[in-house]
Design a protein around this ligand. Structure first.
Ligand SMILES: NC(=O)c1ccc[n+]([C@@H]2O[C@H](COP(=O)([O-])OP(=O)(O)OC[C@H]3O[C@@H](n4cnc5c(N)ncnc54)[C@H](OP(=O)(O)O)[C@@H]3O)[C@@H](O)[C@H]2O)c1
Length: 165
């Protein structure tokens, strides 16, 4: 049976490459990221390798949007075999003393809270599959000291590694 895979943050970078890899391995792909135009362009690039591909713009940091995304998948597919929680990143380079609480919250939300939220929301669909898989994209910054990574990102990815365990 064709496996159905949702990849978050799939309009570029690691998410797009992962989507292509899974498509080439015969998965039915659902792409998501926030900006519709970039997502549509990514979908057009993947379509030759990915019959049945669909995409749905969604901000995984927004609980209501995540709920709508799961309704979309429920209506389109009825189940989910693979969830790749890839959306994330680091946008602040400020020294810790200068890091605003708003920026701290944004990084923690995007890299940790959003993953927990989407995983929780997806579980009913994953339970409809026979043997579902969840992959969380962390970072070596969450495990080892790195000079370049900002402390909010390091904390979020370390938390994600713990959540995944
Ligand atoms: N690149 C690296 O060297 C590296 C190293 C270690 C770990 N990682 C991790 O690997 C993952 C992917 O990294 P990348 O470098 O490929 O990132 P990227 O090129 O910046 O792409 C991020 C993707 O996530 C989407 N995105 C961001 N915030 C989102 C949100 N709230 N909701 C939905 N989609 C969202 C972006 O599209 P929109 O902006 O349109 O939403 C884009 O498609 C991240 O979790 C990152 O922390 C990356």
């Amino acid at each position: 049976m064709t496996k159905i895979a949702l990849i978050t943050g799939a309009s570029r970078g690691i998410g797009l490459a992962t989507a292509r890899l899974l498509a080439e391995r015969g998965h039915q792909i659902i792409l998501t990221s926030r900006h519709e135009e970039a997502l549509s362009e990514a979908a057009d690039r993947l379509r030759p390798f990915a019959p049945g591909l669909c995409h749905c713009a969604a901000d995984v940091g927004d609980p209501a949007v995540v709920a709508r995304l799961m309704s979309f998948i429920h209506d389109q597919c009825g189940r989910l075999d693979v969830l790749i929680n890839n959306a994330g990143g680091s946008h602040h380079v400020a020294a810790f003393e200068a890091l605003a609480e708003e920026d701290w919250n944004q990084t923690l939300n995007q890299n940790l809270t959003a993953v927990a939220r989407i995983t929780q929301a997806a579980l009913p669909l994953i339970r409809q599959a026979s043997g579902g898989s969840i992959v969380n994209v962390a970072s070596k910054a969450g495990r080892h000291r790195t000079a370049m990574a900002a402390c909010d990102y390091v904390a979020a990815k370390a938390g994600l590694i713990g959540f995944t365990r």
